[in-house]
Ligand binder design. Structure first.
Ligand SMILES: Cc1cc2nc3c(=O)[nH]c(=O)nc-3n(C[C@H](O)[C@H](O)[C@H](O)COP(=O)(O)OP(=O)(O)OC[C@H]3O[C@@H](n4cnc5c(N)ncnc54)[C@H](O)[C@@H]3O)c2cc1C
Length: 590
């Protein structure tokens, strides 16, 4: 039966069910050859723990055959069933063809799982173009959601203060007579989303936050900051924003929401907590951590440590010569609070990516005389055209429920995301043509990202390197923010900076918007080189099609990285929590 845009939902569902029935049988039989027969030769398979207990992307018959040979029989897949609360649905493509995308559930002896397939009709036969198999819950450690929610304290005769919820929460968070099973460093979105998942899986996690308040990671950023991503991409797991939430969140609003989230999800967080020493004992497989808190020093022993101190890494502050003789103020962009203090004064912002542009705009709006230094080139998109192109139709008001959008997103492997991004970059550049040419007219240099993949390519490679225009480009194009293009900061002078080509710029303030170094350097500073040398770099899409370092084993037993944009942490915090929970319960395969 040919299925197309004109087909009824029943016809679409029947075609998907027919493919899924054959797929489910082949999976249950452990028959790799039969599974391969249901896949396109160009198929992409992403396994998120369900078969391999790892995150991995497999492209083409040979690699998928390897996945199935290694894991299919042992995985023990049963009960593959199509889910119909959303989809299957036909998604038309520009060439007149299309795919049916649909969801299914299945189980293995250890886990409840979900999957997504996108199937295409080639010569009358339905074959899968993408398959995702993902673990949802470990059996015996299912997340305490819905029917599994806790009873909560009850007002029975004889109830004591122990039954008071507040007393219980305070005792739980104090860790007076026990150690946590997991310590998470950092109560940003990554740390909080992970802690929420661990708690729901029954794992006792303590989050240590260096700052005074949850949400300070956003709160302490520059005054004018507003999130780039729209609300539909930004929900934290298990607690969606209210329907009145604005499309773009101001930084203080999201910071306060994080604080509320930690309370509502009953997360144990110590603020103003600074881990000053860490040692791993191979024999007992335990970390011993020394933590300075406002109540004094604590020594904590724990099985797993998660570094969630910011996936973008440590502020990169190059040691430019002459800094001591400069009479003005210098700081890294991460320390910029508000432009207000610099009204009527000269500011130079070194670095022309997101922070550089936003800070230059903030300083300009505060009445400073601002120059932006651009050494090489920058990828620019307008927020209005570029962001919808990146998120597509799934993260919009009319899009699928977040849970389905997340499954669809995780069923689209990163190499395909990057490939698809190229067209989005071209389309956005056409829409932004006037903006881009006005920038080029003043000598601003543009690029279209690594291999033409734009913002997505930069975000995956290093978490930055682009600017989403919310006004600074217009200020540069009209000369209201001056541009010093083509040369980088070489040294400080008494009254400002000298660029490598000899140009001198006077400044009362120099902001170094010079980016961040890899998160592995944070691990090195906190855990020492012996640990850091075993760890992968964070970010970058590796040969296995996955993001470097995040959400999976790192090479150091009991050490994990967590972090990233809200959409990533919402999706992958569950997978990291599943791996930690399985390790803690002793059910991970060796
Ligand atoms: C202008 C702008 C707009 C942005 N818009 C978006 C957006 O729309 N959506 C989005 O997802 N991202 C956006 N980002 C990027 C966003 O900042 C990151 O995605 C996010 O901060 C990453 O979260 P994280 O949990 O990995 O790290 P962070 O948010 O950096 O959180 C790390 C936490 O760890 C704490 N910490 C650091 N060191 C230690 C330590 N040694 N011990 C204990 N705690 C420590 C920090 O205080 C912080 O609370 C934007 C960034 C900028 C600059």
């Amino acid at each position: 039966m040919t299925v197309g845009v004109e087909s009824s939902p029943g016809q679409v569902a029947a075609a998907f069910r027919s493919w899924s029935d054959a797929f489910g049988k082949a999976m249950q039989d452990g028959d790799g050859a039969a599974v391969l027969g249901l896949l396109d030769a160009d198929c992409w398979w992403r396994d998120l723990l369900a078969l391999s207990w790892d995150l991995g992307t497999y492209h083409g018959t040979e690699r998928i055959s390897g996945l199935l040979d290694d894991h299919l029989k042992r995985a023990g897949v049963t009960d593959l069933t199509v889910v119909t609360d959303f989809g299957p649905r036909f998604v038309a493509e520009d060439d007149g063809g299309g795919t049916i995308e649909g969801f299914f559930t299945f189980q293995t002896p250890q886990a409840w799982c979900r999957g997504v397939a996108r199937i295409r009709q080639v010569d009358g036969v339905w074959r899968a173009w993408t398959v995702m198999t993902g673990m949802e819950d470990l059996k015996g450690h299912e997340r305490a959601l819905g029917a599994r929610r806790p009873t909560g304290p009850r007002h029975e005769v004889g109830a004591t203060t122990q039954r008071n919820w507040k007393d219980q929460r305070e005792a739980s968070a104090a860790y007076r007579d026990r150690d946590p099973e997991v310590v998470v460093l950092g109560a940003g979105q990554g740390g909080l989303a992970l802690a929420a998942n661990l708690r729901l899986m029954g794992v006792d996690a303590l989050v240590l936050e260096k700052s005074g308040r949850i949400g300070d990671g956003w709160r302490k950023r520059y005054h004018s900051l507003v999130l780039h991503d729209p609300v539909w991409a930004d929900h934290l797991p298990y607690l969606p924003f209210p329907q009145s939430w604005p499309i773009y969140s101001a930084k203080d609003k999201i910071a306060d929401w994080f604080e509320f989230y930690a309370q509502a999800m009953e997360l144990n967080v110590w603020c103003s907590a600074d881990m000053t020493a860490a040692a791993y004992d191979e024999a007992s497989r335990r970390w011993t951590l020394t933590v300075q808190t406002p109540q004094g020093e604590r020594t904590i022993t724990t099985r797993d440590v998660v570094l969630a101190t910011g996936a973008a890494g440590e502020p990169n502050v190059p040691d430019f010569p002459g800094r001591d003789r400069f009479e003005g103020t210098v700081y890294h962009s991460s320390r910029h609070g508000s432009g207000g203090d610099w009204s009527g004064r000269k500011a130079v912002v070194v670095g022309a990516c997101n922070s550089g542009h936003d800070i230059a705009q903030d300083l300009y709006e505060a009445g400073a005389d601002v120059t932006l230094v651009q050494r090489s080139s920058t990828h620019i998109i307008s927020q209005v055209h570029g962001i919808p192109a990146i998120f597509g139709a799934n993260f919009t008001e009319a899009g699928p429920p977040t849970e389905c959008s997340d499954l669809l997103a995780s069923a689209f492997p990163w190499p395909l995301v990057l490939e698809a991004a190229k067209q989005g970059v071209k389309d956005t550049a056409e829409k932004d043509a006037a903006l881009l040419s006005s920038l080029e007219a003043v000598g601003f240099k543009l690029n279209d990202g690594p291999d033409g993949t734009g913002l997505m390519g930069f975000a995956l490679a290093k978490g930055g390197g682009y600017y989403i225009d919310v006004g600074a480009s217009g200020l540069i194009a009209t000369g209201r923010i001056a541009l010093a293009q083509g040369s980088g900061l070489a040294e400080f002078t008494e009254s400002g900076i000298r660029l490598a080509d000899g140009r001198e710029l006077d400044a009362d303030l120099v902001v170094l918007a010079t980016g961040y170094s890899n998160m592995r350097e944070t691990a090195r500073r906190l855990f020492g080189s012996e640990v850091a040398d075993k760890l992968p770099l964070v970010l970058g899409v590796g040969a296995d099609g996955e993001i470097g370092g995040l959400y999976r084993r790192t090479g150091q037993d009991g050490f994990w990285y967590m972090g990233g944009p809200l959409a990533w942490v919402r999706i992958y915090s569950k997978h990291l929590a599943l791996q930690i929970t399985a390790d803690q319960a002793g059910i991970s395969p060796s």
